[in-house]
Design a protein around this ligand. Sequence first.
Ligand SMILES: [Zn+2]
Length: 248
Amino acid sequence: MPDSAETVIVDDGSDDVERILVVTAHPDDVDFGAAGSVAVWTSRGIEVSYCIATDGDAGGSDHSITRAEMAAIRREEQLLAARAVGVTDVTFLGFPDGRVTPSLELRAAISRVIRIVRPGRVVTQSPDRNWARIYASHPDHLATGEAAACAVYPDARNPFAFPELLEEGLEPHTVPELWLMTTERSNRVVDATDVYERKLAALKSHASQVGDGEHLDELLRGWMGGTALAAGLPEGRLAEAFHVVNTA
Ligand SMILES: [Zn+2]
């Protein structure tokens, strides 16, 4: 028996949240997956923070610069991209690119940021491999998504998890909803048509990865237009999709 089709809601979920934390593996991940939604949220006065597990130091194919130089470039690019969609609070956790595992160390690091930011929503990468879009399922993405899910439930809310956080004065915090990017099946779609140019600008900020970004417009319009149409939006609308999980 096939799974019953889940209802897809078109709603950016701005009404019930004041702060949102996005947790991803690499600089540029949030911009491919969710920067349109981020721009919608910040334009409605919601504070959005980023937490990025690595500095993206294994990215690109340029052998003429050191990996430390690449890390510095990619951090700068991500700060620029964040500003393009209204985000100034960006935390880099400094785990090595290409070697991320859903370790207790990463769970603790994400839990620390959750307890500092105290978001009403965490957006992260799906911990499940999407066989239809294998490039979205980089092992670092799966590991970061898994660690973020563990941080949302149970670590950040459990006073006995990572007692060092409590010693730092960071009280437990319950995140009531988790939004997963790049899932095979989504139940939520955000119409980002009106902020599309800001998403494009955010992605173009990652020059070390996307070059002059000439191909991005066509790529994004294809993806986001398809997502919008699949959700029943009219031709010409551009959207991002998520799987929203109730974690209250
Ligand atoms: Zn990535």
